[in-house]
Design a protein. Sequence first.
Lengths: 286, 282
Amino acid sequence: MSDLSYDEILEKEVREVNRKKKMWRWLFLSSVAFLVSWILFPIYLLVVNSLSSADVINGFPKNFWPAFDMESLHFFVNYYGVLGALKNSLIAALFTMVIAIGLGTPAGYALARFDFRGKETFRMLILLTRAFPMPLLALPLAVIFINVGLDDSLFGLSLVHTALALPFSVLITSSLFLGIPVELEEAAWVLGCNRWQAFMKVVMPLALPGLTASAVFAFVISWNEVFAAAVLTVNNQTLTAFLVQSLSTSPVEVKFAGGLILILPAILFLFVVRKYLFSMWGIANR
Amino acid sequence: MNKKYYPYVLIAPSVLFLLIFFVYPFIEVFVQAFTSSDGHVGLSNFENIFTDYNFLPSLKNTLLLALVVVPVQLCMAVGMSLMISKMKKGRDTVLYILTIPLGVSDLAAGIIWLAILDQNGFLNSFLFSIGVIDQPESWLNYQNPIIIFTAVVVAEIWRATAILLVILVSGIGLIPKEYYEAAEIFGANSWVRLWKVTLPLLRPSLQTALILRTLLAFEVFAVVMLLGGSNMPVLMGETFNWAFNYQDAGAASAYAVVILALSIVFTLFYLRVLRVPKGARI
C-alpha cells in the first residue's frame, strides 16, 4: 500500500473545490430564477385575467394562458374615459417628481456635508413628515386650496404629493451624499473648482443613479396615491382616485383591467430609467 | 456669501414648503383630534375610538403586520442586493425585474393578489387541477383570519421589498472596493466580509430603508381593504372609515395621532440602534 502522491492529492482537492463551486453556482442561479418568477408570475396572472372576457374571469377553473380577448380592457377604457384620468395621473406625478427633487437634493446635501445649528431640528422635521399619515393632510389643505384657487387642480394635488415625496427625496439624497467621500470634493476645490463646480463635476456623476432612484420614488408615490387624490380632485380625477371610486360598484373584470392599466405605465417608466439604476455599478467599480 | 449661511440657503426651500404643506395641516389635525364635537378641548375623540370594538384589533393587526413583514423584507433585500452585486451577466435585467413592484401601488398589488387568492382565482384553479380541492374554496372569508393575514403578508412582501432593495443596492455600490481587497488580504472570507465590511458600511442606507419601510407598514391600507375587507381592521383603514363612512373628522384625527405616536417611537428606536458615528462614515 502506498501513499497517494502529491499530484493525486492536489487533483482531488481541485476536484472538490470545483464541485463546491458548481454547487454554489447552481444554488445562486436557482435563487435568481426563483426571485424573478416570484415577481413576474403574479403580474402575468393579472395580464391573463385582463386579457380574458368577463365570462372567463368569473368562471372556474381558470386557464393559465391568456385568451387575448380585449373585451374587458375595451369595456374599461371606453366606458369610463380612463384615458383622461391616466393623463391627469401622469401630469401630477411629473410635477411631483420635479418639485421633490428640486427641493430635496439641496437639503439632502446640506444634511450630509454641513454641521449647522438646527440641523437636528431639520432632520426631525423631515422624519416627522414621514411619521405621519400624510394623505390625511389633504383634508385641511382642501380648504386652503379653495381660497387660493388651487382646488381641483393637478398642481395643487402635486403639492400635496410633494409633501409626501419630499422627505423620501431628502433622506435618500442625504444618505447618498454621505456615502460620497468629502475628500473627492476637497480635491476638486484644491484643483481650482468652486463649491458649485465641484458639486456638478465630482459629486453629481457619483450621485446620479441614487438621485434617479429618488426621482422614481417621487413619481411612483404620486402615481399610486389614492386618498389625497380623491379629496382634492373632482373633475380632474387621477387614475387611482377614479379606480377606487368605481371599484366598489364595478364588475370584477373592470377591477382587473383597471389594475393592469394602473401598473403598466409604472412598469414602462421603470424600464426607461433602468439604465440609471444600472449605473449604480459604475460607482462600485471605481 | 459667508460660508456658514450655505446650509441654511440649501434647506430654506424645503423648510418653507414643509411649513406650509406639513406643519400647518399637521397642527390642524391635532386641533381636530383634541376638540370634541361640541367645540370644547378634550379627549372625547380618543374615548370614542378607544371604546370602539375595532380599535384593539386594528392596533394589533397593524403592529403584527409590521413585525412580521419588515424583518423578512430586510433579510430578503440584503440577500437580493448582495446577489445582484455578485452578478455579471444579466444583472441589469434581473435588477429591473426585481424593482418592478416599485411601480405597483398597493391598490394594484391588492388587485393582483385578489386575482390569485379569490374564490375563482388562480390558486384555487391550480389546486383543483392537481386534485387537492374538489370545488373552489373561499379562503379570504371571516372564518380564516390567519389566512387573510398571511395573504396580506405575502402581498406586502411581494410589493414593498423593492423599496428596500433599491436603497441597499445603491448603498452597496458606494462602498469602496479597496475595503474588500484589504479584508481579503487579511484573510477574511466572504462571511466575515459581509459582517465586518458590507453591513457596517451599509448602516446609513439600512437606517433610511428601515425607517421608511416600517412607517409605510403602519400606513398599510388598500391591500388590506381588497384582501381582507372589514375582516382585518388596520389603523389606517379605521382612520379612513371614521373620516368617510362615519364622517367624524375628530375621531379620524385621533386615529391619525395614534399612528403618529407609533411612528415616532419606532423612528427614534431605529435612529438610536443604527446610529452612524461621525468617524465611522465612509
